[in-house]
Design a protein around this ligand. Structure first.
Ligand SMILES: Nc1ncnc2c1ncn2[C@@H]1O[C@H](COP(=O)(O)OP(=O)(O)O)[C@@H](O)[C@H]1O
Ligand SMILES: [Mg+2]
Ligand SMILES: [Zn+2]
Length: 403
């Protein structure tokens, strides 16, 4: 890809009213653009990162036997009344009346919709288990939107749902998801801390949150350095409190961002929406459910929080928008033509080996190109000057990175 033909509107200055590094850098590197508070567009570079994260998620979901589908954002409010969550989620739900005078809402999550769908097809234990997922836009009317895409009113979530005939089946799917989530965050370059959590508005008994410690986090993790005990909590709770597990050391606290949340729902939704199946023993039983969410767009912000320096983003290779950036720099002692042909040669060679290449072919100063390269953070950037200057260093670094 040639930069001159690719829309990367970088900004020199830090946009006003931004506190979080990830918010500043995602705007400055031309990843996202704010339409209004809490509502963002993804620009080509941001979309490229989003797609890479989504592909990691898809691979891990498909590997555990989940099937991708795509549910609507537009929901009849009637459906939400069946579970009473039109009231539970009233604060965040975006509701309106359509031209046919139907009460509608934009989906803040999809338990009701998927239960309604599965109920229409599953009648017998023979059809279970079913595990479905989607990657889709969610709408939540957040009063306190924060840190750009970290807490937005319109954001992208991967949500998965499991349907089983018994608790053992649900536990099995829950464990598979737990493992897949660990893989996903690791592959995104994030070290997730997993906490047993409160089920909140989702309901159900058991739930786990996947947290990444970061200064902008809105949650607090307390932990023990001696035995590894971790729990959700508050800073106050940690102060001076001895570890409840080993009773040796005092707990320490750190703030973290919640990136994923998985729930054992049991029969909360299947009972309210009468999603039943005929079991082997001839009895009608409610389907046992689990649900599993990752804030895909929030993951981008978390990666930037963890992988940057004072000059810009430093993408982990697996989620980088490009693998290699070539900076053709015109110097006094170098012939322009040689630079152009050398750049083309590298571009073709690297492309042939399956790498995604960005060439900064803009008619800009070397300084501007260096600054932008540091800002957008492609894992491997190299100059193309002339044969003498570059071939050696380049081949060596490429070997290190991609072998
Ligand atoms: N307003 C938001 N903006 C961006 N991501 C969000 C937002 N709300 C939730 N998420 C992401 O979706 C995941 C699953 O959502 P859920 O657990 O229902 O959210 P919450 O804990 O905020 O109620 C969260 O772990 C988080 O990563
Ligand atoms: Mg949550
Ligand atoms: Zn301990």
């Amino acid at each position: 890809m040639k930069w001159s033909n690719y829309f990367i509107p970088t900004l020199k200055e830090t946009p006003i009213g931004t506190e979080a590094v990830s918010h500043q850098l995602s705007l400055r590197a031309g990843l996202v653009h704010m339409l209004t508070s809490g509502v963002y567009s993804y620009l080509p570079l941001g979309l490229q990162v989003l797609k890479r994260i989504e592909n990691i998620i898809r691979e891990e979901m498909n590997a555990i036997g989940a099937n991708e589908l795509f549910l609507p954002c537009l929901h009849p409010l009637e459906l939400w009344k069946q579970t009473g969550r039109d009231e539970v989620l009233a604060d965040v739900m975006i509701k309106f009346e359509d031209n046919r005078k139907r009460s509608m809402c934009l989906g803040p999550t999809h338990e009701e919709v998927i239960t309604n769908l599965v109920k229409d097809f599953v009648q017998s234990y023979r059809q279970l288990p079913v595990v479905l997922y989607q990657i889709q836009t969610k709408f939540r009317d957040e009063l306190r939107t924060r840190f750009g895409i970290v807490r937005a009113c319109e954001f992208i979530m991967k949500d998965a749902y499991s349907f089983d005939r018994d608790k053992e089946g649900m536990q099995k799917n829950y464990d598979l998801m737990y493992g897949a989530y660990k893989n996903i965050f690791k592959r995104c370059g994030l070290e997730a801390v997993i906490l047993e959590a409160d089920s909140g508005a989702m309901g159900g008994d058991v739930s786990h949150e996947f947290m990444v410690p970061a200064s902008i986090g809105e949650d607090t993790i307390v932990s023990c350095s001696a035995c590894g005990f971790t729990a959700g909590g508050t800073e106050e709770r940690a102060k001076g409190t001895k570890c409840p597990q080993c009773k040796k050391t005092k707990l320490t606290s750190q703030v973290a961002i919640e990136l994923g949340h998985i729930f054992q729902l049991g029969t909360k939704y299947s009972q309210a929406q009468s999603a039943q199946f005929l079991d082997e023993d001839g009895k009608q039983k409610p389907i046992i459910m689990g649900c599993y969410g990752i804030g895909v767009s929030r993951v981008i912000a978390a990666i930037i929080e963890k992988h940057h320096d004072e000059k810009g983003i430093i993408w982990p290779r697996q989620v980088a928008p490009f693998d290699v950036e070539i900076l053709p720099i015109q110097g006094a002692s170098h012939e322009d033509e040689e630079i152009v042909s050398l750049t083309n040669q590298y571009y073709e060679d690297l492309k042939a080996s399956g790498l995604e290449i960005l060439v900064d072919d803009r008619d800009e100063s070397a300084g501007r190109k260096f600054n932008d390269a540091d800002l957008i953070g492609i894992p491997l950037a190299f100059l193309s000057l002339c044969h003498h200057c570059i071939t050696h260093i380049f081949d060596h670094r490429l070997q290190l990175q991609f072998s």
